[in-house]
Write a protein of this length. Structure first.
Length: 126
């Protein structure tokens, strides 16, 4: 089993974000294809977030924790996402950028080494 964590080193113009999707209780690596300024501008322009990640451009790769707490890619059998997913042997490194996606009142993007939660245009506090 390959237990060496892998992720391509994020290029300045392709920030990778760890996305926690509360509605589906899933996690993703979001390969944004954006630099920091473009990513923040995109996030702050999102008019509404309604439960899922369908509004995110770029590439999403589903991940989950293995029994040791390491991140691994999730793949599905031929039934697609309706079938049962399984963890691949490939382990991935947790990105420094984080996002939580659920509803307009709790979704956020957080830059590395920051406690500031960046909110989208449709953010509505409780």
């Amino acid at each position: 089993m390959n237990t060496t964590p892998t992720n391509p080193s994020p290029a300045p113009d392709n920030i990778i974000v760890f996305v926690d999707e509360e509605y589906g209780y899933r996690s993703f690596l979001w390969y944004t294809g954006m630099n920091e300024a473009t990513l923040i501008a995109f996030w702050e322009s999102v008019p509404s977030i309604d439960d899922d990640t369908s509004f995110l451009p770029g590439t999403l790769v589903q991940v989950a924790e293995d029994e040791d707490g390491n991140l691994a890619r999730v793949e599905y059998d031929e039934d697609g996402e309706d079938g049962e997913g399984y963890l691949t042997e490939e382990r991935v490194v947790m990105p420094e950028w984080k996002a939580h996606v659920h509803m307009n009142d709790d979704s956020f993007l957080r830059a590395p080494n920051s406690d500031t939660l960046l909110r989208h245009a449709g953010y509505t506090p409780d």
